[in-house]
Design a protein around this ligand. Structure first.
Ligand SMILES: NC(=O)c1ccc[n+]([C@@H]2O[C@H](COP(=O)([O-])OP(=O)(O)OC[C@H]3O[C@@H](n4cnc5c(N)ncnc54)[C@H](O)[C@@H]3O)[C@@H](O)[C@H]2O)c1
Length: 360
């Protein structure tokens, strides 16, 4: 049976998911592929023209209400601007429909917790768009860091910058409205980085931060420096910047200093990732080389959409779907860190402890 997918929101990220869903469907008939048969059946966006543009290319219905999308679908993707995520997830949960929710979960920690409660109470299959975890560069870097010959991680220098996404290919108005976006560069963009920091290097114990508002937009910070203390004893720093260099849509760079290896990521799209030791240097870069390097080590490079659809398939067939990663609990952890960073910045950089365990 073909999985019926609904899209709530028809902007940039919805179009991206539509492409990935189509790739998953097209691959599904190839033996051994991780693709899953699916079809996009309905799209809702209050901007009807946008909804029609996306739905038209997919042969999907343009829905009058989000409820109609939920009713027509086996699973939904929540792709609205951030302030609407909670309401959309609630609609899906009320009908027991699996949900893929875009990051950030919501505009602040309290409403993100509420969203997690809604998902847990409904017990629905869920996944969150913290997609950097599936990036081949990050998977290679993680393997290199975890190589026992690297020794322990001592220090991490992480930089994430892009032009402020109220322009260029993002061209969103909502990212300059704190009621719709929550806040700026840290929550909207570096929530990925906060998730990566614990995924790559283990639990964070405390943070200390400063933030700036160079663009003068109320509540939308455009530069944040965060100092991070890991439970392992390692430390690190994260620089999150929204500038006006239109040639730089999104760039992540990382330097990881381990006891016996230095691992460097030049750019998060295709690398290269380098691992330098006293014995020499290994360099892996370019999409296919990264995928081949991972495949030789038995590490799959499936898309988030493939993983989500496979779990939905299992659930529809009456089986128990595996826990998907990252799910709402993983995302909540990143929100706990973001909230602590904002509280530290408000207290002129005073350290703020991160709770050992998740709030639930
Ligand atoms: N995972 C990622 O890497 C990634 C990348 C970009 C955006 N995002 C996230 O995806 C979300 C959308 O971002 P975007 O870049 O697609 O923005 P966008 O401006 O391109 O699209 C957002 C759309 O949401 C629609 N919308 C608003 N309220 C709605 C509602 N109640 N129901 C249905 N649609 C509604 C708007 O009309 C708009 O078309 C944001 O939360 C953003 O943070 C994630």
């Amino acid at each position: 049976m073909t999985i019926r997918v609904g899209l709530l929101g028809a902007g940039l990220i919805a179009a991206y998911h539509a492409i990935q869903l189509n790739l998953s469907r097209d691959a599904a008939s190839t033996p051994g592929s991780t693709g899953v048969d699916n079809t996009i059946v309905a799209v809702y966006d209050p901007d009807r023209e946008r909804a029609a543009g996306l739905a038209g290319g997919q042969g999907a219905e343009v829905a009058d209400r989000p409820e109609d999308v939920v009713a027509a679908s086996d699973a939904v993707f929540v792709c609205t601007w951030t302030s609407e995520h909670l309401g959309m997830v609630r609609l899906a949960a009320e009908s027991g429909v699996p949900v893929f929710c875009e990051k950030p979960l919501s505009v602040d920690l309290a409403s993100s917790r509420e969203l997690v409660e809604v998902v847990h109470d409904a017990g629905i299959v869920n996944m969150v768009g913290l997609v950097m975890r599936t990036s081949p560069t990050m998977l290679v870097l993680r393997e290199m860091v975890e190589d026992p010959t690297s020794g322990r991680v001592m220090n991490v220098v992480f930089r994430d910058d892009q032009y402020i996404p109220t322009q260029g290919m993002y061209a969103s108005t909502w990212r300059s409205d704190r009621a719709l976006a929550g806040s700026g560069a840290l929550l909207e963009h570096s929530i990925h980085d906060l998730d990566l920091l614990e995924w790559l290097f283990g639990a964070v114990d405390s943070v200390a931060a400063h933030q700036s508002f160079f663009h003068g937009i109320d509540g939308i910070e455009d530069s944040v420096s965060s100092l991070v203390k890991f439970r392992s004893g390692a430390t690190g720093s994260l620089a999150s910047v929204w500038h006006d260099v239109l040639a730089r849509p999104s760039q992540r760079r990382m330097e990881v200093f381990c006891e016996r290896a230095t691992i460097t990521l030049d750019a998060d799209d295709v690398g290269p990732v380098r691992r330098q030791t006293s014995d020499g240097e290994e360099v892996v870069g370019g999409h296919q080389d990264l995928v081949d390097w991972l495949s030789a080590r038995g590490i799959p490079t499936t898309s988030s959409e493939d993983d989500f659809l496979a779990a939905v398939r299992t659930s529809i067939d009456g089986g128990e779907a595996p826990r998907l990663r990252p799910d709402v609990d993983d995302a909540l952890r990143a929100h706990v860190m973001a909230d602590a960073i904002y509280r530290s910045a408000a207290a002129d950089g005073a350290p703020v402890a991160i709770p050992v365990d998740l709030p639930r």
